[in-house]
Design a binder for this molecule. Sequence first.
Ligand SMILES: *[C@@H]1O[C@H](CO)[C@@H](O)[C@H](O)[C@H]1NC(C)=O
Ligand SMILES: *[C@@H]1O[C@H](CO)[C@@H](O)[C@H](O)[C@H]1NC(C)=O
Ligand SMILES: *[C@@H]1O[C@H](CO)[C@@H](O)[C@H](O)[C@H]1NC(C)=O
Ligand SMILES: *[C@@H]1O[C@H](CO)[C@@H](O)[C@H](O)[C@H]1NC(C)=O
Ligand SMILES: *[C@@H]1O[C@H](CO)[C@@H](O)[C@H](O)[C@H]1NC(C)=O
Ligand SMILES: *[C@@H]1O[C@H](CO)[C@@H](O)[C@H](O)[C@H]1NC(C)=O
Ligand SMILES: *[C@@H]1O[C@H](CO)[C@@H](O)[C@H](O)[C@H]1NC(C)=O
Length: 272
Amino acid sequence: MTDKAVFLCFCLLLKKGVIGDTDEVKSVSVTEGDSVSLNTDVKVQREEQILWMFGPQNTRIADIHRQNIYIDATNTIFGDRLQMDNQTGSLTVRNIRCEHTGLYKLQIISSRGTEEKLFNISIYARLPAPVITRDSSQCSSGSSTSNCSLLCSVVNVSAVTLSWYKGNSLLSSISVSDLSISLSLPLEVEYQENNIYSCVINNPITNQTQHNINITQLCQPCAGLDNRSKHMMPKALIAIITIIAVLLACIAAVVGLRKKKVYESGRRGDLC
Ligand SMILES: *[C@@H]1O[C@H](CO)[C@@H](O)[C@H](O)[C@H]1NC(C)=O
Ligand SMILES: *[C@@H]1O[C@H](CO)[C@@H](O)[C@H](O)[C@H]1NC(C)=O
Ligand SMILES: *[C@@H]1O[C@H](CO)[C@@H](O)[C@H](O)[C@H]1NC(C)=O
Ligand SMILES: *[C@@H]1O[C@H](CO)[C@@H](O)[C@H](O)[C@H]1NC(C)=O
Ligand SMILES: *[C@@H]1O[C@H](CO)[C@@H](O)[C@H](O)[C@H]1NC(C)=O
Ligand SMILES: *[C@@H]1O[C@H](CO)[C@@H](O)[C@H](O)[C@H]1NC(C)=O
Ligand SMILES: *[C@@H]1O[C@H](CO)[C@@H](O)[C@H](O)[C@H]1NC(C)=O
């Protein structure tokens, strides 16, 4: 009889405040702008209090007690982004931003004690689609005319890898961890190739692919490009010369008009 009582007491002691397994941190990765739900995996009991805290100061951001939901509307970091499920106490952060990165602590407080869980939210930027361009600097250098070099580029990225694929096989890749204003990866192809190339940008949680790159369309012969640039220059020159000629004509006309005004008063010009 006393043995049983001691055992029961021991169990209660064990349960009271010791249920919490704070060492367990659940990692959650989200793309900026998405919504994320942190699940309590419980059904809220009437006498329980469910408390959510955020950041190094364990700032209380939301709780539910006696079925009353409280969300700290004055919290400037979250604004109106927080939502709490009244059945489970699960917390949803809508339209998540970088400043919501960090540790979220869940406390389930009941007569049995306090249970704790930690969620570590990492937020990744939305990935831009890679842009494929012809690297025509190779044309002006002249030498190789059988190859065409393409550039796969993205701007303003961090913690990403950029890769060229031929079919399903990886040809090359480049990675950055810090913010990179512009990231490019070149690819040499031959004109009139029939292979299917794609350029992929990815971070640990998602990717964006530029499929079906049309080599024939992108890789026009260098000669074609040269002709165009050669014709561009004279056109610009002709335009400038025309403008100068018109200006000179105007000046001449004005000067002429003044002279005429002096000698033939009352006569008006119709130029300028
Ligand atoms: C819980 O939320 C649902 C909708 O989100 C609502 O219909 C219901 O009335 C709420 N229950 C309580 C007890 O507030
Ligand atoms: C949270 O995750 C980040 C990386 O995603 C890591 O650097 C950090 O140490 C983690 N924090 C905890 C407390 O696990
Ligand atoms: C890249 O980031 C800089 C600074 O954050 C910003 O001024 C610029 O507009 C961004 N460029 C693009 C294409 O998003
Ligand atoms: C042309 O591209 C092929 C790969 O497509 C490469 O093996 C070769 O070295 C390139 N030639 C020149 C002159 O760059
Ligand atoms: C890109 O993501 C999709 C799932 O969203 C995945 O099926 C595919 O394998 C990924 N591609 C690469 C190259 O990582
Ligand atoms: C690639 O572009 C060329 C020229 O614009 C076009 O004739 C050809 O049909 C395109 N090929 C594919 C596979 O779209
Ligand atoms: C480029 O110009 C040369 C002569 O200067 C001409 O023979 C050739 O056909 C032109 N190429 C294109 C693509 O117009």
